[in-house]
Design a binder for this molecule. Sequence first.
Ligand code: ADP
Ligand code: MG
Length: 248
Amino acid sequence: MGALLEVKNLKYSTPEGKEILKGVNLDVKEGEIHVILGPNGAGKSTLANLIAGAGGYENPTEGEIIFNGKPLNGKPLYERARLGLTIAFQEPARFEGITVEEYLKLSARNNPSADIEACLKKVGLNPKDYLQRFLDESLSGGERKRIELASIMCMKPKLAVLDEIDSGIDFVSIDEIGNLFKTMRDEGTTLLVITHRENIANIADRASLMCDGTIVETGNPKKVIKKFEKECLVCELQSPKLVEGLNR
Ligand code: ADP
Ligand code: MG
């Protein structure tokens, strides 16, 4: 199958001139779970934001992103969403005053076949207990992330970028999250899963290793994990970037 997403020689520097992405090349094939693995500070979130046009990252300094044959540079988040590209963040947003049901209905507005209760069940939440809950701090971080995944299931985008949705949560065994990702894939959503946990890469169809602003390898997940263990973890221990990354 062809590439759904192509990232070509993508560079990004902050307005202050700090070079964060140094020429990223990546292709994500339609129908795959593609994991990007890399240490803290490698530039993973910056890449995710540039792909989704999130957080003001609409234009790279150089290079381009092509989604489903269309160039994305300069397009705002909502336009990319309309094309079928969505992102879930490390810290899901809270929407005070909105119930889970209202939120999932909003997510499903372009997907008439969505079954909101079924989406909740698939992420392990009982609709009876959750539909009328509010999306505020009364929900735990893990519950918020599950709801975020349910929202993506209701939306059924062509491509979902998941930025460290696996980290810092109170639930999710690797098996559980792996099965969830596979369900999403089998229902027609291509997944770009960003993580710094090597065991998440195990569930990928393909994986890429990101290091210091570039993708250094793409291919078989086991091979990529090996390289990560051999090169990145060692490098990370000696790198001031780790400390910087952890403080963010
Ligand atoms: P990752 O998600 O892989 O941990 P990030 O993309 O968040 O990495 O960050 C990559 C590097 O760029 C880090 O060293 C981070 O501190 C730095 N960085 C990210 N955003 C900014 C910014 N707006 N200004 C300055 N430095 C930034
Ligand atoms: Mg990050």
